[in-house]
Design a protein around this ligand. Structure first.
Ligand code: PEP
Ligand code: MN
Length: 360
């Protein structure tokens, strides 16, 4: 996929004064529910109504969507409100039905992006389409797999493309339902600055209270839009109840978010500075997380040494680490002096951790 300026034509054509907002329920539940939410969203910055019609569930037995019937509700919502519509497609049959019902934006879900076979099937079904196709990141943190999906659509002559960042699943429990791993979309943005990038804070968060902060980080990183799960009665939604917000909260959120306009030299300078600072914040966060993980391993080593009656300080091992890190540092334009200072500090903290374990 070449770095083609046309990639963001569809977004430019919308001529929005703010980032694109896609909102709506996780799942279309009833006709009344879809219409009621659509009318409430009409009073917000929302341009596109989203609703899942076919729901890919990790475990069977949960609500799996109303199926094709719901496409008629989306059509009606569009007629009544003028909102564009969007739904997830997971096979060629879904594509066929969505196209027949005039859905404006089709998205490929995280559980689909992981499978090049299904991605190819959908790309073939959409060959040459003018529709907008948004590709969610795969469930696993793999940038190449994500880009590969984009390329399959691009090669199928689907020009109106974009991506949705919805986080990545982890085995460890974290504060997120899906870890944001900001570095992955940042890498993607660096490689394809013209590919519209949209944040789905709902599936990253899995809960309402951190959606705002996720959106703010995305805007600071120059994302092009937000896709937010929205329901008039979130707690009683048939799927993803904990993470949905009301249209009224969405409206308040878009008022409170710092949205940066690209105008004037001073503003542009501030915007750029803010974006770079947010990137630094992402990396600093990773540094602290890595150091925390490293110290937990040091604790385990401490336990092992205690059991086997081995001394904490192993000079040979420590010199090996230093030598390796100085070489790696050189490859990354980091001075020997800096590496020495950092690793002495890390080593000291490690020893403190081990001492604590041994003396406890
Ligand atoms: C959704 O958008 O409702 C959905 C199922 O998302 P994901 O594919 O990101 O899990
Ligand atoms: Mn959902």
């Amino acid at each position: 996929m070449e770095n083609n300026k046309n990639l963001r034509n569809w977004l430019n054509k919308m001529e929005l004064a703010h980032p694109l907002v896609i909102a709506g329920p996780c799942s279309a539940e009833t006709e009344e529910q879809v219409l009621k939410i659509a009318h409430q969203l009409k009073e917000t910055d929302t341009t596109v109504l989203r609703a899942g019609i076919w729901k890919p569930r990790t475990r069977p037995g949960n609500f799996e969507g109303v199926g094709a019937l719901g496409l008629k509700w989306l059509q009606k919502a569009k007629q009544e409100t003028g909102l564009m519509t969007a739904t997830e497609v997971a096979n060629a049959n879904h594509v066929d039905l969505a196209l027949k019902h005039d859905v404006d934006i089709l998205w490929v879900g995280a559980r689909t992006t992981v499978s090049p076979f299904i991605v190819q099937e959908i790309a073939d079904a959409l060959k040459g389409t003018e529709k907008i196709v948004l590709i969610k990141n795969p469930v696993n943190p793999d940038l190449a797999l994500w880009l590969g999906a984009v390329e399959r659509f691009y090669e199928s002559d689907v020009k109106n493309l974009g991506v949705i960042h919805r986080g990545f699943s982890t085995y460890e429990k974290t504060r997120y339902r899906n870890n944001p791993e900001w570095q992955i979309p940042i890498d993607l943005q660096n490689k394809f600055p013209d590919l519209p990038l949209i944040l789905d804070p709902s599936h990253i968060a899995g809960r309402r209270d951190i959606i705002f902060d996720l959106c703010q980080t995305a805007l600071d990183l120059n994302y092009d839009g937000l896709m937010v799960e929205t329901h008039f009665d979130p707690d009683n939604a048939w799927s993803d109840a904990a993470q949905q917000i009301t249209p009224a909260s969405l409206k308040q959120m878009t008022i409170d978010l710092r949205i940066r306009k690209q105008e004037g030299d001073a503003v542009e300078f501030k915007n750029k500075l803010n974006t770079l600072r947010t990137k630094i914040d992402v990396l600093d966060h990773q540094l602290i997380e890595s150091l925390g993980k490293r110290m937990k391993i040091a604790d385990d080593i401490g336990m092992l040494k205690k059991k086997n009656n081995v001394a904490i300080l192993q000079t040979k091992r420590w010199n090996e680490i230093l030598g390796k890190m100085i070489l790696e540092g050189e490859e990354n334009q980091l001075s020997e002096e800096f590496i020495l200072r950092i690793f002495k500090a890390i080593h000291q903290e490690s020893i403190n951790h081990q001492k604590k374990v041994i003396n406890d």
